[in-house]
Design a binder for this molecule. Structure first.
Ligand code: FES
Ligand SMILES: [Fe+2]
Length: 455
């Protein structure tokens, strides 16, 4: 067996062509008949985007950070909340990013709209950052009591006699673009932006049968992480770090042969198979099955992974009150992560149903949100979305009840303290990325450069 850790680079290959020795993710997925139900998982799409070092100053420079505040955040689509957070007229959610704030509210007509969260009178924010609430009849400013209908049109100005210089029709709230996809409400602070559907690239096509709109928020965490938001995000864009950071899973989850895909400027993906064993570790299917926690004998001719998927379909289906019998093995088990530029990740998998969002909290810290999206039980009302659990810089994910990934996430979080310190201390000017396994990071920065260069 070829040792993937020590196998040398092949000089006959062009840059970016080298892959982990041994079976690929596609070899495995195509050998499992059920995965034909998910054609999006049978696509591989990569490109070589260069191998020059990426400057640390992109993370550590206050000037670069401030340019992001003017060039990036007011120009990109970003999801603000789930539709289920605001199911009824008058329900609202406040989404903030840097100095920008949007009040997302459902109208009497059922439409969801987003308004700049600032009073046209003297600029008061209507609602607090991150707040949500329900049943507003109208939007009333807490400062002097001016009010607006839920569609943003002016309702009332106290002491109207003192404002002869305003026209009711021109004193509405500033509405900003707001669209929905897969149960997520997206906003954009740029009123000249293109449509969300264009920005989403391949996502609507890939996700069309994965029903994220039929999931509910079972767990929601908001944790402060040390370090620039891009550095923290990038810690979740590759599986290369599994070897050293999460050594307990390398016997069952692939890492070196994880597949990385680039789908245009805004969407990238990794596909990390689970319950497969690793190309660098010689072990039998029975051994892998044991490592997955089973004591019985694996039936002849069945892989540990297929057996594990069948057991999980039945177990989670019963636990969640939903029929998972038709879910493919890959969708059932694998860590399938789509990144949408700039700050969101969507995992459509059933066992690993994560949503990530990263927002800067100044240069030195960021807020990492995680949602677990579980299928809504069959023929049952949608459960209420979980309220966010707030975790400070030093808080462990193990304090979150029923959170299966707590240990892994704590391992990731511990890295960020050191990486942020090292990035600032480094005499070397930039980081040296792997050509294939870290190509998503390079793609991300290429798209970021496009926004930073705009007039
Ligand atoms: S600032 Fe809003 S009513 Fe005065
Ligand atoms: Fe990790």
């Amino acid at each position: 067996m070829m040792n993937v850790l020590t196998a040398p680079a092949d000089p006959t290959l062009k840059k970016g062509e080298a892959r982990c020795p041994g079976p690929s993710t596609q070899d495995l997925l195509r050998s499992e008949p059920s995965n034909a139900r998910d054609p999006a998982l049978l696509i591989a799409s990569d490109a070589f985007l260069g191998d020059e070092d990426l400057p640390f100053s992109r993370y550590t420079s206050q000037t670069f950070y401030e340019r992001e505040l003017t060039q990036l955040w007011p120009k990109v689509w970003q999801w603000a909340c789930r539709e289920e957070h605001i199911p009824h007229p008058g329900d609202f959610y406040t989404y903030d990013i840097g100095p920008y704030s949007a009040l997302v509210i459902r109208g009497d007509d059922g439409e969801i709209r987003a308004f700049v969260n600032a009073c046209p009178h003297r600029g008061m924010a209507f609602t607090d950052a991150g707040s949500q609430g329900s049943g507003k009849q109208f939007i009333r400013c807490p400062f002097h009591g001016m009010s607006w209908h839920l569609d943003g049109s002016l309702k009332e100005v106290p002491c109207r006699w003192d404002f002869p210089h305003i026209e009711d029709t021109e004193f509405g709230l500033d509405e900003i673009p707001c669209e929905e996809w897969a149960g997520f409400v997206f906003i954009n602070f740029d009123r000249q932006c293109g449509p969300l559907s264009e920005y989403l690239g391949v996502l609507p096509e890939h996700f069309k049968d994965w029903g994220l709109e039929d999931r509910f928020v079972a767990v929601h965490t908001q944790k402060v992480l040390p370090g620039n938001w891009k550095m923290c995000l990038e810690g979740f864009l590759e599986a290369f770090h599994v070897l050293a950071t999460h050594p307990e899973v390398i016997h069952t989850a692939s890492w070196a042969n994880t597949q990385y895909d680039l789908f245009g400027p805004t969407v990238t993906r990794f596909l990390q198979t689970v319950a497969t064993g690793n190309p660098n570790i010689e072990q039998s299917q029975q051994e892998i099955y044991r490592l997955l926690g089973y004591q019985d004998e694996l039936p002849a001719g069945v892989s540990a992974r297929e057996r594990h998927a069948a057991i999980q379909r039945a177990k989670l289906g019963q636990q969640w009150g939903t029929d998972l019998s038709e879910v493919s093995t890959s969708l059932m088990l694998d860590s399938i992560e789509y990144h949408l530029f700039p700050n969101a990740c969507f995992f459509p998998g059933i066992q690993i149903p994560l949503i990530y969002r990263f927002r800067p909290m100044g240069l030195d810290a960021c807020l990492h949100e995680i949602m677990m999206l579980q299928p809504v039980p069959d023929q049952q009302p949608r459960p209420l979305p979980a309220q966010p659990i707030k975790l400070g810089l030093e808080d462990s994910y193990t304090s979150v009840p029923d959170f299966p990934l707590a240990k892994v996430l704590d391992q990731d979080t511990e890295n960020f303290h050191r990486q942020w310190a090292g990035m600032k201390a480094s005499l070397k000017k930039g980081q040296t990325l792997a050509n294939y396994q870290e190509a998503r990071i390079r793609s991300f920065h290429r798209t970021l450069d496009g926004y930073m260069a705009r007039a």
